[in-house]
Design a protein around this ligand. Structure first.
Ligand SMILES: [Zn+2]
Length: 89
């Protein structure tokens, strides 16, 4: 999932070694799932001369909670979400 509106909080940083996120329950360090509640998706369109529409950017707003899970065993890893966001490029 790549939501453009979310890039504000995800500034680019240099990854520091030893910060690899690993699920404490099953040891998975590859697959993770982010779940956002109450998301409003807003998409802008422009109507062309021939009456067709072109997408002109979109923005999304997350109103609810963001939760973070292990993609293997579904353990709740929300406490690691902040670190996940910092390492998201
Ligand atoms: Zn796991």
């Amino acid at each position: 999932m790549d939501t453009p509106a979310d890039t504000k909080s995800r500034s680019h940083r240099t990854p520091s070694p030893g910060m690899r996120l690993t699920c404490p329950t099953c040891g998975n360090d590859r697959d993770f799932v982010e779940v956002a509640d109450g998301v409003i998706l807003t998409t802008h369109y422009v109507q062309n001369e021939d009456s067709s529409f072109s997408q002109d950017g979109d923005e999304s707003q997350i109103l609810g909670e963001i939760r973070f899970f292990c993609g293997e065993c579904n353990a709740d890893l929300t406490r690691f979400h902040q670190r996940f966001v910092e390492m998201l490029f």
